[in-house]
Ligand binder design. Structure first.
Ligand code: UD1
Ligand code: UDP
Length: 394
């Protein structure tokens, strides 16, 4: 509700911001056949998912593009499965950078991306979000004088302790085209001195991905029944953030909180465990009582679980957005969020990592009316981003 009004007002005030359906049709025709060459840089699970609508659009329009995978994620269930399931074309390059410290990983990517860009000479490099992959892609491109487009620009947690915050700020300030998912993100960018002409409010491609895959997830995936679950009869949890799982006190607090949630509300907690978290369980020698741990899931299975859960507890960025779109209440296991729109519409609350508080916030969200508006767009962000690319650079 607040979004619709806001979009309307701003649209009337400033016509240079390209939003929502219908506005770009003339430009699409004007730009057909342009020689624009685009390089999509991705490397992690959420980037593959959030780039999938853009890749589909580039492919569908027969545009000149290629995908460069850094290899930041490489396990089958963190990488390949998404290419197969989302029917994405093969990547042209995979740098196979793998895991490592931030400097080592980002440095290897920077070297590899630069070599590919020097050879391929794209007109624009697209990066997404706040990973080391996004930072390396943006930095390699800007230093070579190649234009940078940042998908999901303008998010801020204002917590410089998070590696993601550093990455997203730097990627934004390397970029020529900043695709802000919401008007709030746009305001943040303008507040940091980014030129108005570079910022486009497009919606978030996470909505496109949900809309494109939800029916398939409901009809084709079988994870809910194979785990012996029923709709609204379980909680779903995901926990993987460095600041949570690499800190023993925080990780233990969250896991205790999840066990208490199971006990207090009498429903199982299903936790598809990210490899970073799996590793940290061993490091801290944590033995879990309760909780249904499963391996990281493919996208359709995860969407089926997410849309069927009574409530989701998470520290993931993408999951905060998806639950908002799916109208499933969310409890965020962090002290801050760069997705404040979810707090404002009432789909999400911040619980931190203290067990009793996690239980309190879960009780609060179990009472939420599931009728909040979706602030992340209409599912056409991918199309809009490609149209803006052609119009601005084609
Ligand atoms: C990265 C992003 C984070 C994002 C997350 C999505 C950065 C700084 N962090 O965190 O913002 O939310 O991806 O999932 O870019 N591992 C595997 N197999 C894999 C990938 C990782 O086993 O395919 C294990 C390795 O032990 C590795 C650890 O997970 O050391 C962490 O991986 P890494 O890519 O460094 O960071 P993420 O925690 O995945
Ligand atoms: N996801 C998935 N399988 C899982 C957990 C998550 O497909 O087992 C998807 C989820 O639907 C969302 C994305 O992965 O689109 C979120 O990725 P993640 O939580 O790893 O990263 P973040 O969004 O926090 O950067």
């Amino acid at each position: 509700m607040f979004c619709a009004l806001k979009f309307c007002n701003l649209k009337q005030m400033n016509l240079t911001f390209l939003i929502w359906e219908g506005e770009l049709k003339d430009n699409v025709y004007a730009c057909r056949g342009s020689a624009l060459k685009t390089c999509v840089v991705l490397g992690t699970r959420p980037e593959i998912i959030k780039f999938s609508p853009i890749i589909r659009e580039l492919n569908g329009q027969g545009l000149d593009y290629f995908v460069l995978h850094t290899g930041q994620h490489y396990s089958y269930n963190m990488d390949r499965v998404f290419f197969e399931q989302l029917r994405l074309p093969e990547v042209r390059y995979n740098l196979d950078v793998g895991s490592g410290s931030h400097g080592e990983q980002t440095g290897k990517m920077l070297i590899g991306v630069e070599k590919v860009l020097a050879k391929e000479k794209p007109d624009v490099v697209l990066v997404e979000g706040d990973t080391n992959t996004a930072l390396a892609g943006a930095l390699a491109a800007v230093k070579l004088g190649v234009k940078v487009g940042h998908v999901e620009a303008g998010l801020r947690s204002y917590d410089r302790g998070m590696p993601e915050e550093i990455n997203r700020v730097l990627a934004d300030h390397c970029s020529d085209l900043l695709f802000a998912p919401t008007w709030k993100a746009r305001e943040i960018l303008l507040g940091e001195g980014v030129a108005e002409s570079k910022v486009f409010v497009t919606g978030n491609t996470v909505v496109d991905a949900v809309f494109q895959n939800l029916e398939l997830a409901k009809s084709k995936a079988s994870v809910v029944s194979s785990l012996g679950l029923e709709r609204d009869g379980f909680f779903l949890a995901t926990v993987h953030r460095q600041e949570n799982v690499d800190c023993e006190a925080r990780f233990r607090g969250i896991l205790r909180g999840l066990e208490l949630v199971e006990e207090r509300f009498g429903l199982p907690v299903v936790y598809p465990i990210h490899p970073r978290a799996r590793k940290q369980l061993k490091v801290f020698q944590i033995a879990l009582e309760g909780l249904t741990l499963v391996e990281p899931l493919d996208y359709l299975s995860f969407l089926q679980l997410e849309s069927s859960a009574r409530l989701v507890l998470t520290d993931s960025g993408g999951v905060q957005e998806e639950t908002c779109v799916l109208r499933v209440p969310c409890v965020t296991l962090r002290d801050n969020t760069e997705r404040p729109e979810t707090l404002e519409v009432g789909s999400n609350v911040l619980a931190g990592t203290v067990p009793e508080r996690i239980v309190e916030k879960t009780a609060e969200m179990l009472g939420a009316k599931r009728d909040w508006p979706n602030p992340f767009g209409d599912g056409k962000a991918g199309q809009r981003i490609v149209d803006i690319l052609k119009r601005s650079l084609g």
